[in-house]
Ligand binder design. Sequence first.
Ligand SMILES: Nc1nc2c(ncn2[C@@H]2O[C@H](COP(=O)(O)OP(=O)(O)OP(=O)(O)O)[C@@H](O)[C@H]2O)c(=O)[nH]1
Ligand SMILES: [Mg+2]
Length: 208
Amino acid sequence: MCNDLDVVRPTQTVRKILIAGHVGAGKTTVLQTLFGDQALTTDALHSEAVSDSKTTTTVAMDYGVIDCPVSNDRLHIYAIPGQERFQFMWEILSRNASGILLLMDARIPKPLQAIHLYLDRILPYLHQPSGVVALNKLSGAEREELRLPPYLRHGDLRLRLTTTDVRDREEVLTLLRLLVGEIGQRNAMHDEFSLGGIQRGVPQSPSR
Ligand SMILES: Nc1nc2c(ncn2[C@@H]2O[C@H](COP(=O)(O)OP(=O)(O)OP(=O)(O)O)[C@@H](O)[C@H]2O)c(=O)[nH]1
Ligand SMILES: [Mg+2]
């Protein structure tokens, strides 16, 4: 899936994807699931105890590149740190991201409220991104019982809503496919509006 990365195919679209979420949400796990030992991570020992016997935390970023053969996209995936004190990295890593994958531990109290609060903090760094919100850390039975609407509205944004277990490679690939689909839909809508503008006689800058 991530072979032959030296060459960008002529028709390939390169996209930047941001993985976000609280401490321990599973952001680094996404990269480890996709790239194994080759995942580029910056984990350091935690100064405080965290759930899931997690002893390390990301202090700068995680990074990896993967080709999505179905959609002919090359995804540059960046995971941001969850700890507040490394929030300065959010702005740096968010630049030019076309999509966000937000992971949320579904076991915390009021996870949907937590999603909205998190989005309020991260969205100012992003320019109209497409997004997927994935609730994780649920048992198989809990996932089956959970009836989620397909989309979550946050202001003007519509984010694809789903459950996941990012320790499973197929599940991570499904999330990436969903996100690429959302980006494609948003771009198609944008083109449609632009074309509408031309057809309605919106002044164009003179061609040279
Ligand atoms: N039970 C369960 N555990 C999960 C699931 N997804 C991730 N985990 C575990 O939760 C932990 C997440 O750790 P990380 O991936 O390092 O979390 P992070 O979001 O990168 O955290 P910071 O870098 O500290 O912000 C790991 O121990 C994973 O194995 C899940 O769906 N179910
Ligand atoms: Mg991490």
